[in-house]
Structure formats: C-alpha cells, structure tokens
Ligand binder design. Structure first.
Ligand code: SF4
Length: 477
C-alpha cells in the first residue's frame, strides 16, 4: 500500500525526469475483460479527460468493452478532480451510489484515481471508510492499471498505490480518442508555479516537459489519422521546455507543430507569466494556430493577486492582454476568475469588475474560492460570508454574460470557418461545430460535412452559442 504524502509532493529537486518508452505493457494473462464492460466517470479539466482516454485504451487492451451505463459495468472508475470542494463532494456522493450497487454485484471492481486520490485526506478517508473500493491510484501511475486490477482480484483487498514524488515521463500509453476529429496532446505534466490556492502542483507534481520530437511525431500521426484539431495540453503550457531545454520553448514548439500543417492548433492552459512576445508573433504568423487564447486572470485586485501568488499585477496582465489583441487578428480571449478569495473586500471585487469592463472577455469561467487542504491560502483568514460571495459571483456572471453576448453579436451575418463535429445533442436536426475562435455553432448542414472545416454564415447570436447556415463550399478536408 502506497499512500500520498503532501510534503513529499511539494518537494522540488533538480533530478531530471526519465523518459520511459517500454513501461506500459499488457501480458496475455491480463486480458481478462472478454464479455465484460467498463464505465469511467470523469471529473474536471481536459487533462483528466485525456487521462480517461488513456484509461479507456488500457481497459480495452485488457478486452473490456465500454458502456455508458454504470449499472451494466464490471469495472467502474472515477477519475477525480481536486480543484474545488464541489467536485470532491460529487465523487463521495457517487461512491455512495456505487456502494449500493456493489452490495448486489459483489464482483464488480471499483477504482478511484486522478487528482483527489493524490490528496492525503482523501486517500485516508478511502482507506478507512471505503474499504470496499478495490483500487486507488494517482496521476503518476495510470500505466499500472492492469497490474492493480490483477492484484485487487487476487488479493481481495484494497490496492492503494499513489506516488507523491515527481514521476517519470511514460511514453506510449495508448489512448482512445473521444472525438474523431479533435485530439489532445500532452506536452508537459505538473506545475511549479504554486499559486497559493491551487492543489495541482501537489497532485500533478513537478513540471516535466515531453521531448519535442515525441510531441511532433504524435501530432503527425494524428494528422495522418484525419485529426483536424489538436489541443496542446499542460497545466502551464507557456513554460514548456524550461525544465528540459536551454533554447527551445513554447514558441518553438508552437511553430514546429504549426509546420506539420495540422489544420487547427490550440493550447491550454496559459499562465500569463510565461507568455512571451515571441509566442504572440508565432500565433499571429500561422493561420493554423487558432486565434483563441485562454488567459486566466483570477482577480483584478493587485492585493488579491499577490495573496494568490500569481506573479503579475493587474497592469502587467492588461499590457499582455492588449499586446495579444493588437497582434493577433480577431483573437478571442477567455479567462478564469475566482471570487471570494480570503480577505477580498468589496473594493477588490470592484477592481475585478473594472478589469472585466476593460477586457470584455469572450467568455469567463467563474468560481467561488474553495479552500484546498495543504495549500497556503487554506490557512488565510476568510472574513466574507458565503452569501456575500454568492452575490459577488452573480454580479460578475451578469457582466461576463453581457460581454459574451456582445462578442458573439460581432459575428452576426459574418462568414466564419467552422469545424463540424457531428449532430447537435440538443437538436438531432442540427449539426454542431466550433469556429476558429472556439465558439460553439449549431448549423443546418449535411452529414457529408462532418469532420470538415466549412464556411458558415452566422444567422443568430446567443450568449453561449451561435446559429448558422452553410455558406459556401467546404474549405478543406
Ligand atoms: S499555474 Fe495553474 S496549475 Fe500551476 S499552480 Fe497556478 S493555478 Fe495551479
């Protein structure tokens, strides 16, 4: 049994990560899933979504088949998120339901993995109160899933294996893409920024960049496979390469990925600190790098930004924001904002509103601050009530929605390129896709356009989406 340790997870050493290419393997005796099904519930960010794509492929290598009905599954995995209390509560609520299921289906295997499993408090709760959970593993050892399943079946007791030290880079873990035309490509793991509210540097470990050639080769293969849009993934992608190369950073990687001619490239998530002028120039230079930047600001108050350990002031953020707007044509910029951070006063919150009024973001993901055990911010005194925080969030969301709609209105009657992904979930007579600025469009089209980038005329504008119609012949295939 290997339990997580937050103090270990916080340590940073100069030790270079190893690149392991043969670490993942499936022995014949591990192919035990014939006529059995697996169900994965994913919480949280795109990093977790991509990890679930790894988990799916591994389980399918073991011959399990996917099901979307948990009641029908022989293996249930919860791939968890630790970023907010809300996600934490949802996971324990779900575990309550699964416990009942396991009472009637004793042979099902239940696993908890992802960021919550990396938290000491969660792991010990699972160990003490949820002994019936068969396997618990973290973010550094996804490739060990087959071994953990085999051991849980053999030993009939909880297998807990959560490593806290910074992991090596395990290449060649297979993944099963959720989307035929869009793919995630990890470019780095972990984060060394240690923003005071954030649990990620503990749950995902030290920053470790993948080798540029491994990334480029993966992108080329995906392109050959018909993928139209690549999202380069990492917790702080702008710092790519700093731990690995002296003279190769995110701007170089972006340029090399753009040169593969994959039709669309985007990247998440950007910390403003590492966003260089060279990166802006490269994004502006290549048509296949989408004019879409997610640039979390978190607060408009310098006092709060300092307490958050964000390493920039409001003025520095605005300077970067304006540079991006000036240099990248038609760019859309989205952000994240936390309200109710400890010691946030009305005047601080008003500064956030001022910043939103200045930036007029295309969209923002807004949250009430959620203390995470073990982070420095969790020890700060928090004077405002939940009622006050909720009021602030409502006020902020009203403003965000206003600007989201305004930004969409600029597209009314315009012709924009849209990657058609498939049939709309809400209306089976419509197709859905995204503009190059990452805006959702519902379109009256034909199924022959699925997987293609076509010109679409925007006919109707809403706050969260657009409606459109096919305007001219397809642009690319
Ligand atoms: S840069 Fe992002 S992932 Fe890293 S500590 Fe800050 S908020 Fe967390």
């Amino acid at each position: 049994m290997i339990l997580p340790d937050m103090l270990e997870a916080k340590k940073r050493t100069d030790k270079k990560s190893k690149f392991l290419y043969d670490e993942y393997k499936i022995d014949e005796n591990m192919k035990i899933g014939k006529n059995k099904k697996y169900y994965i519930k994913t919480y949280g960010c795109q990093m977790n979504e991509h990890d679930s794509e790894n988990l799916s492929a591994i389980l399918e290598d073991m011959l399990y088949e996917r099901t979307d009905d948990m009641m029908d599954a022989d293996i249930i995995l919860l791939n968890t998120c630790a970023i907010r209390e809300n996600a934490h509560n949802k996971v324990f609520g779900m575990l309550g339901r699964i416990k009942h299921l396991k009472e009637s289906k004793k042979d099902i295997i239940v696993g908890v993995c992802g960021c919550m499993a990396q938290e000491e408090v969660v792991a010990s709760e699972l160990k003490k109160k949820c002994k019936w959970v068969d396997i618990v593993f973290g973010t550094h050892n996804i490739h060990r899933l087959p071994n953990l399943i085999m051991e849980a079946i053999k030993n009939k007791k909880q297998e807990m294996e959560v490593f806290s030290i910074e992991g090596d880079i395990i290449e060649n873990i297979p993944y099963k893409r959720e989307n035929k035309y869009k793919a995630y490509v990890n470019i780095m793991y972990g984060c060394d920024k240690f923003c005071t509210y954030c649990i990620v540097p503990y749950t995902r470990g030290k920053q470790r960049s993948r080798k540029k050639e491994d990334i480029i080769n993966e992108v080329k293969k995906l392109k050959d496979d018909g993928v139209m849009e690549i999202t380069l993934l990492g917790q702080n992608v702008n710092a790519y390469g700093k731990d690995l190369y002296d003279d190769y950073g995110m701007e170089n990687l972006l340029e090399d990925v753009a040169k593969t001619s994959v039709p669309r490239i985007k990247f998440v998530t950007s910390h403003p600190w590492d966003f260089t002028d060279k990166m802006i120039d490269i994004i502006a230079k290549y048509d296949n790098i989408m004019p879409f930047i997610h640039l979390p600001v978190q607060s408009g108050s310098n006092k709060i930004l300092k307490l958050m350990g964000r390493r920039y002031t409001k003025e520095e953020y605005l300077k970067l924001f304006n540079k991006i707007k000036d240099k990248i044509k038609n760019v859309s910029i989205t952000t994240d904002i936390i309200v109710g951070f400890p010691s946030e006063e009305e005047s601080d919150f008003n500064e956030t509103l001022d910043l939103v009024n200045t930036c007029k973001f295309d969209l923002a993901y807004t949250f009430i601050y959620s203390p995470r055990v073990g982070t420095p911010a969790a020890k700060l005194e928090d004077k405002s009530s939940m009622e006050e925080k909720s009021e602030r969030l409502d006020k902020l969301n009203e403003l965000i929605n206003k600007y989201a709609k305004e930004s969409n209105e600029k597209l009314k009657d315009k012709i924009v390129p849209v990657l058609i992904e498939g049939v709309s979930e809400k209306d089976n007579n419509m197709f859905m896709g995204y503009t190059d600025t990452n805006k959702l469009v519902n379109i009256k089209a034909d199924k022959k356009y699925i997987g293609k980038i076509i010109d679409v005329k925007i006919t109707e504008v809403k706050t969260w989406s657009l409606n459109g119609e096919v305007k001219v012949l397809e642009k690319s295939v």
